[in-house]
Design a protein around this ligand. Structure first.
Ligand SMILES: CCN[C@H]1CN(CCOCC)S(=O)(=O)c2sc(S(N)(=O)=O)cc21
Ligand SMILES: [Zn+2]
Length: 262
């Protein structure tokens, strides 16, 4: 398999050929069965402290688009929740589907959302680099936020306004002065469980914190996500659109999901 992707020949069903962790014991995403989630009063409130000056660049990775941040110091960090110490903001990105009826990676009681935002952080107290943290069981923290179709989201508008400059794979454009807290819902109630990257190399180093309350995105805004290209340049006859980039839910195996709320 030359390059992994989301099509039949290189998608989630065959990732295990090159990435054996695909069949591991703590894979993500999962279906969150709310009645099985255990309320844990020892979970602290989440503390999100981001600085808009940390935002640097938006990149079309060929699988999604990602907003990358300066993670050279602890200017933008996530604390609290299940975490010991502080986790440094590195990037955020989205997953979506070929139509609005599905596209999130996690599910709640079997229900799909239209899309899902992932804000990626790494444990800068315990590890000296992101790559080192990415290989450790407590190295990464990803904050997951569901997106449902509704009113246009003015903050997502700032992101889709950059798409003209990053239409094809590998393109990037400056993306500054953006605090991702603006993409968080009113309630910070969450579920948390030990999991993995949802993309190859599927490393089992992520403590997931999935917010219960979704944010909104309009049908038109989400349609723009799909207009980005998986491929290098538009010259290719079949310059494929980024129609869908979500991994199916994985077995829970021997894991418990904890809830921060009753
Ligand atoms: C667009 C993001 N693609 C990747 C980039 N990285 C992975 C490669 O690094 C390994 C050393 S990552 O660890 O930052 C990361 S976390 C998630 S997810 N969907 O699980 O939130 C995807 C990605
Ligand atoms: Zn993701």
């Amino acid at each position: 398999m030359h390059q992994w992707g989301y099509e039949d020949h290189n998608g989630p069903e065959v990732w295990h050929d090159l990435f054996p962790l695909a069949n591991g014991d703590r894979q993500s995403p999962i279906n969150i069965i709310t009645r099985d989630a255990i309320y844990d009063p020892s979970l602290q409130p989440l503390q999100v402290n981001y600085d808009h000056d940390s935002a640097k660049v938006v990149i079309n990775t060929g699988h999604t688009f990602t907003m990358e941040f300066d993670d050279g110091d602890d200017t933008s960090v996530l604390r609290g929740g299940p975490f010991i110490g502080s986790y440094r903001l590195r990037q955020f990105h989205f997953h979506w589907g070929s139509s609005d009826g599905h596209g999130s990676e996690h599910k709640v009681d079997g229900m799909d959302y239209a899309a899902e935002l992932h804000i990626v952080h790494w444990n800068s107290e315990k590890f000296s680099s992101f790559v080192e943290a990415a290989c450790a069981p407590d190295g990464l923290a990803v904050l997951g936020v569901f997106l449902k179709i509704g009113e246009p989201n003015r903050y997502i508008e700032r992101i889709t306004d950059t798409f003209g400059a990053i239409r094809s794979k590998g393109k990037q454009s400056p993306f500054t002065n953006f605090d991702p807290s603006c993409l968080l819902p009113a309630s910070m109630d969450f579920w948390t469980y030990p999991g993995s990257l949802t993309v190859p190399p599927l490393l089992e180093s992520v403590t997931w914190v999935v917010l219960k309350e979704p944010i909104s995105i309009s049908h038109e805004q989400l349609a723009r996500f799909r207009s980005l290209l998986f491929t290098k340049d538009t010259a290719e006859i079949e310059a494929c659109c980024m129609k869908s980039n979500h991994r199916p839910v994985q077995p829970l195996k021997n894991r418990k999901v904890r809830a921060s709320f009753l």
